[in-house]
Design a protein around this ligand. Structure first.
Ligand SMILES: *Cc1c(COP(=O)(O)O)cnc(C)c1O
Length: 516
């Protein structure tokens, strides 16, 4: 048995997740398939909590995983059993957090432009409202007054970061983290905070319980976290003084830490540099050759220069992250003269929390080869990158295994592609062994943002999600049917004759409903 990580291993050349053979999961539950490890969810929660508690002795540490990264209710229920809170954004997420038993005081409701209805629900439930807009406190105070309640709020702040000069991984354009954070819409600009804080501290139905900051995954280094926590800490100190010696009950440092294998933006950066500086000028130079010579040159370049091997770099560990972030944060706060006794430290990890809890399995339909004019190979799968849309938006490059022959030697450079009509290059120009119909590709680190952002392009029904605990496997999200895909469509009555004629000729088509 070869160990890949805490939940993945290779046994007899097959990929296992916990005690389950992934090829058997596909046989039992169909393909494509998302698989989540319950053990890994629990391990990650405990690991995060322990790592941060080690460096924050002053008060409790609350781990509030970002619900958007995986909003499945079974997953959420497991985290509630562990005692996790939740970072949420929408009314839907609030509904599911409360339904899945998240403690209201551990729910951080983020996002600007909250509706009155949403605020009312938040106040009634007693969750933490993280304020994003300058008019929000007054609105909250009015609604809380009408409900005869006191709303607990925090400000989402937006410090500046002249110290973070390195290039952000978020944008394909080259720009510094400093500028990227300012371009990002979230957070109350620092210019309003002093005054707004003073107003809120006077309000009768709003209690300012702390401060919140989240910048996202701009960089996977500890340098980034030290720089981030220093400037955030300095702003906290400044505001506490400006508000006449205010002491927060809780300080939230948000999410944005990289997951360990860190697929984030790996495709974009590599493509960008290679194409701009190496491959395109070479390709142009080859126009001097004969047509055949040029294709031949390009074939060699694709195989030898543009091929990619995912995952050579690793992000720091959760423990290293905790040490770097908390040590800098508390040093800055103590330096500023803040009394930290009793303050809760909160964090909202997303990708680094869920990423390695999930994989995506897909069956190979064909191994397609072309030798003329350009040499290309394609592993055609039954999935699509529309089911892993989060990764497409972020130019992710995920690691993969051929689940039914993990140790087979690599023989070809091929695109692993999806079956939508787009180019659907899930993993471009990777090294694969001899491939055939029925082989199973396992995409790793699919636990965050992938299933959560799947769409139905080409009217493809989205896959099921299965939960694995030791050797137990259960469906926690059903696969869609074609009827599900078309369920929301309505054909106006006046078009129904045509639609019915159409159905006569295509009996397998789902029933299309008419609107009266
Ligand atoms: C998205 C988000 C997170 C999680 O971000 P990751 O990069 O996935 O860790 C945390 N807090 C807030 C407010 C967010 O919007």
């Amino acid at each position: 048995m070869d160990i890949i990580d805490d939940s993945l291993s290779v046994r007899d050349n097959h990929l296992f997740i916990e005690e389950r053979d992934t090829t058997q999961l596909v046989e039992e539950f169909g393909s494509p398939l998302f698989v989540v490890s319950e053990n890994q969810l629990r391990r990650n929660y405990r690991r995060y909590h322990k790592a941060f508690k080690k460096y924050w002795p002053y008060g409790p540490v609350d781990v509030l995983p970002a619900n958007k990264a995986n909003w499945n209710t079974a997953v959420r229920t497991i985290l509630s059993e562990e005692g996790a809170g939740a970072d949420i954004y929408s009314q839907g997420e609030l509904y599911s957090a409360l339904k899945c038993n998240v403690k209201p005081e551990l729910i951080s409701v983020n996002g600007g432009g909250k509706s009155d209805e949403m605020l009312r629900q938040c106040i009634q439930a007693g969750v933490r409202i993280t304020i994003e807009d300058v008019d929000e406190p007054q609105r909250i105070n009015d609604i809380a007054k009408s409900l005869n309640k006191v709303a607990k709020v925090r400000f989402r702040v937006k410090p500046d970061f002249p110290n973070l000069w390195k290039k952000t991984d978020f944008a394909l354009e080259s720009t510094s983290i400093d500028i990227a954070i300012q371009v990002y819409k979230s957070g109350i600009p620092a210019e309003y905070l002093e005054e707004l804080g003073k107003q809120v501290l006077q309000m009768k139905h709003v209690e300012l319980v702390g401060l919140h900051f989240h910048a996202g995954r701009n960089h996977n280094s500890l340098w980034f976290w030290r720089g981030l926590m220093k400037r955030y800490g300095q702003l906290v100190v400044h505001l506490c003084k400006a508000w006449g010696g205010y002491k927060p009950q809780e300080l939230d440092i948000g999410g944005g830490f990289a997951s360990y294998r860190d697929p984030h933006s790996k495709l974009g950066l590599r493509e960008d540099t290679l194409l701009t500086y190496v491959t395109y000028p070479l390709e142009l130079a080859m126009y001097a050759l004969t047509v055949r010579g040029r294709y031949k040159g390009m074939s060699t370049m694709i195989e030898k220069v543009m091929d990619k091997i995912p995952g050579k770099q690793r992000a720091p560990t959760i423990e290293e992250y905790a040490e770097a972030a908390v040590t800098t944060f508390k040093a800055t706060l103590l330096e500023g003269g803040l009394d930290l006794e009793g303050i809760r430290l909160q964090l909202e990890p997303g990708r680094s929390f869920y990423g390695d809890t999930g994989i995506h399995l897909a069956k190979v339909k064909k191994f397609k080869q072309q030798t003329q004019p350009l040499k290309m190979n394609w592993v055609l799968t039954d999935t699509t990158y529309f089911f892993m849309a989060g990764g497409v938006y972020e130019y992710n490059f995920h690691e993969f295994k051929i689940a039914n022959k993990v140790n087979a030697p690599a023989k070809h450079v091929a695109d692993i592609v999806g079956h939508s009509c787009y180019a659907d290059r899930i993993l471009p120009l990777v090294h694969v062994p001899d491939m055939e119909e029925g082989d199973i590709v396992a995409f790793l680190d699919m636990g965050a943002y992938q299933e959560a952002s799947a769409s139905n392009f080409n009217a493809l029904p989205r896959p099921a999600m299965v939960l694995v605990k030791d050797d137990q496997a259960e469906v926690i999200k059903e696969a869609e049917s074609i009827e599900d895909v078309y369920r929301r469509d309505r054909i106006p009555q006046r078009l129904m004759t045509t639609a019915k004629d159409h159905q006569e000729t295509q009996k397998q088509q789902p029933q299309l409903e008419a609107t009266e």
